[in-house]
Write a protein that binds this ligand. Sequence first.
Ligand code: ZN
Length: 285
Amino acid sequence: MNLISSFMMLYVLFFVPVVPTFECKTERAPQKMKDSKKSLFGVNLRLEAQKLLTVVENYYGKPIEESRASNWPPGKIGHATVKSDGTPVITMNSSIPINEEDIVHELFHLKLNAEGFYAYHYYESDTRDKIERNKEFLEFLSASVYDPIQHQLFNPEIRKMGLEPSLIIKKAVESRVQSKSTAGLSEEADRAVFYFRAALELNDKKLLNKLDQLYRKNRWDDSLNIGIDLANIIVKAKPKTPEQVLSAYVNCINRLLHGMASFKVTKRTSEKRGKIDYYIAVYFF
Ligand SMILES: [Zn+2]
């Protein structure tokens, strides 16, 4: 099986079709940066979170635009992005209750983007066709591998605020362990990244051991080993800078694909988006 067909198979098996997202946007009225805002999405923020909000809005020189997505799956909580004019946007899933942890989480992603961490991943290959056919798989890599690496940079800060950043992954692992359900984990890469995120973010060794046992019982040893290797890459490298995070990401995705494809960074670039430089990493595979 050549690379393209391997990828095609991964692509077909990993993903449910993505329904276009229709978001209703409610732009906040511009206000002076010095104003201390106390809430986002109608959720009252504690003092430390209000300070973070002020830091982020000062970086961008604009208030956060609040957006709600009405057709995301329940597992997708929120997303942060920066418009081409430099407006920072947080989108939250309108079908589930919005909590302070999740808002703070997205604020930290925006903070990292403003501080020079790579915010966008652009993939190149020898043919355009290969990119097109693997588009969703490449998005899966950014969301399932790059994102948890970034969480390592700010989850300790969220804990210092008295908030618990691992509630979502904890719930996901608990329900997995209790129900022993294998839904959504039929493929090696899905299982590996699920374990990877649990190992990095769970902060609960007992529960992680139960997940280990579930993997072994299902004879998912290969996926478990890849997940453990990915977590070890991050634990050993302790990436702190944008370059270190980028390098750890490439090492992780190459381990995840174990020879089916090999990625290397070919270019680092940035574009002006309002007040900030928006950093883009270009990979060849
Ligand atoms: Zn995140």
